[in-house]
Design a binder for this molecule. Structure first.
Ligand code: ZN
Ligand code: ZN
Ligand code: ZN
Length: 342
C-alpha cells in the first residue's frame, strides 16, 4: 500500500529498477517498503520491538504460514520478505527485459527474490551468536544461493546482514537477508570490471595477489585460520572496514564445501567478537560478494566477505564526489582490533 496524506491508495506498487541515464547505475524504487512520505521527516531509530509484537518470533503467523520448511534448521528459518525489493516471478523468464519509460528513461521490473533468514531466538544479537548459529547461517545461505541459481530471472545473489538501526536494521529480532536480483549490482560491476582488467594485464587474480601481499606484509592482518585471512582493507571506505577472504581461489560461494563454511562460521564469531570487544557492540553490516550466477568458472573473481562497522557517516563530499575520506588509517584500525578478543 502507498499512503498519500490520509488517503490510502488501493494500488499495490511493485518495486521497479530504474537506470541512472547519466552514470548507467541502477536503483530500486520500492515504495511498498516505506510508509507515508511524511515518515521520512526526522525519522527516529526504531525501538527494539518486544517479543509479543515481533513479526519474526515463532508464535507469529509469518513463521507458521510462510516458513520455507525445507530450509529450516534447529536455530534458523527462512521466509520470503513481505515487502520485497526483488519479486519472485516464476511465470516469466525475462532477466534482461527492459522498457523505455516516457520515451526517455530505462526501467525494468525488479524481479528475482528476497529472503529473510531469521535466527529463531529473539533476544540474541549478532554479538551473541554461538558457533553453530554462524555455521548454520552460511550453510542455509549456500542452499538458498543454489536455489536461486536455478531461477532464470536471477543474475546475482547477495547475503547481507544489518546489525543495529544505524546499519539499516528496522526490526530488532536478529535476521540476515538474501537479495536475488535480475541485475548485477553496481558495486559488483565495478569489482568485476576491475578484476577483469587486472587479470588481462597480469594474468593473475587480483584477490589472490592481494592475499599474498597482506599475508607477507602483515600490517593489516586481524585474524588468520587455515583457510581464511582477515584484514582491514588498504583503501578502506569506512573506519575498521574488514575483509574476510578465503585463501583458495574460487569464484562462487555456493560451491564451497560444508567444512569450509563451518570454518567461516567459527571465524566470524571471533571477528565479530573482536569488533564487539574493541568498539563496544557497534552497528555494522556485512555482505558477501561472489561471481554472478550467470558466469561459469571465473579465474579473475574470488568470493569474499566485507564487514563494515557503522561508526562514521558520509558527509557532503563523500556523497557528492563518491571519493571517501576515511579518518582512520586501516593500519591503525588493524592494530586496535588485534588488542582484544571477545
Ligand atoms: Zn522476535
Ligand atoms: Zn583468486
Ligand atoms: Zn567486494
Amino acid at each position: 500500500m502507498f499512503y498519500l496524506g490520509d488517503e490510502i491508495a488501493t494500488i499495490k506498487l511493485m518495486p521497479q529498477l530504474r537506470q541512472n541515464i547519466i552514470t548507467g547505475e541502477w536503483v530500486v524504487i520500492a515504495p511498498e517498503r516505506a510508509k507515508r512520505p511524511s515518515d521520512f521527516v526526522s525519522a527516529e531509530s526504531p525501538k527494539p520491538s518486544l517479543g509479543e509484537n515481533c513479526p519474526f518470533c515463532l508464535d507469529n503467523e509469518l513463521y507458521k504460514k510462510e516458513s520455507l520448511s525445507e530450509f529450516e534448521t534447529k536455530d534458523i528459518y527462512v521466509i520470503p520478505n513481505s515487502f520485497p525489493a526483488f519479486v519472485e516471478d516464476p511465470q516469466n523468464c525475462s532477466p534482461r527485459s527492459f522498457k523505455v519509460e516516457d520515451g526517455f528513461y530505462t526501467t525494468r521490473p525488479s524481479t528475482g527474490g528476497h529472503d529473510v533468514i531469521i535466527i529463531k531466538k529473539h533476544n540474541l544479537q549478532i554479538f551473541g551468536f554461538a558457533e553453530h548459529i554462524w555455521e548454520d547461517l552460511f550453510l542455509v545461505a549456500k542452499r538458498r544461493y543454489s536455489y536461486y541459481r536455478k531461477d532464470c530471472n536471477v543474475r546475482y545473489s547477495m547475503l547481507i546482514y544489518n546489525q543495529g538501526a544505524r546499519a539499516g536494521a528496522s526490526i530488532y529480532h536478529p535476521h540476515a537477508q538474501l537479495m536475488a536480483s535480475n541485475i548485477i549490482p553496481n558495486q559488483i560491476s565495478k569489482e568485476i570490471h576491475g578484476s577483469q582488467s587486472y587479470f588481462e594485464e597480469n594474468g593473475t587474480c587480483v584477490f589472490c595477489d592481494l592475499l599474498a601481499h597482506e599475508k607477507k606484509q602483515r600490517l593489516r592482518v586481524v585474524e588468520e585460520t587455515e583457510s581464511f585471512l582477515v584484514f582491514t582493507f588498504y583503501a578502506a571506505r569506512f573506519p575498521f572496514e574488514t575483509w574476510v577472504v578465503p585463501k583458495r581461489h574460487s569464484a562462487h560461494f555456493e560451491q564451497q564445501q560444508v567444512s569450509l563454511l563451518r570454518e567461516l562460521g567459527q571465524l566470524m564469531k571471533r571477528v565479530i567478537g573482536k569488533l564487539d570487544a574493541n568498539l563496544k557492540s557497534p552497528a555494522l553490516n556485512f555482505y558477501l560478494h561472489d561471481s554472478p550466477a550467470t558466469v561459469g568458472k571465473a579465474d579473475y573473481f574470488h568470493w569474499h566477505l566485507e564487514i563494515v562497522p557503522r561508526v562514521s557517516t558520509y558527509g557532503g563530499y563523500e556523497l557528492g564526489s563518491g571519493t571517501i575520506i576515511d579518518v582512520l588509517s586501516p593500519e591503525e584500525a588493524a592494530k586496535y582490533l588485534r588488542q582484544k578478543s571477545a
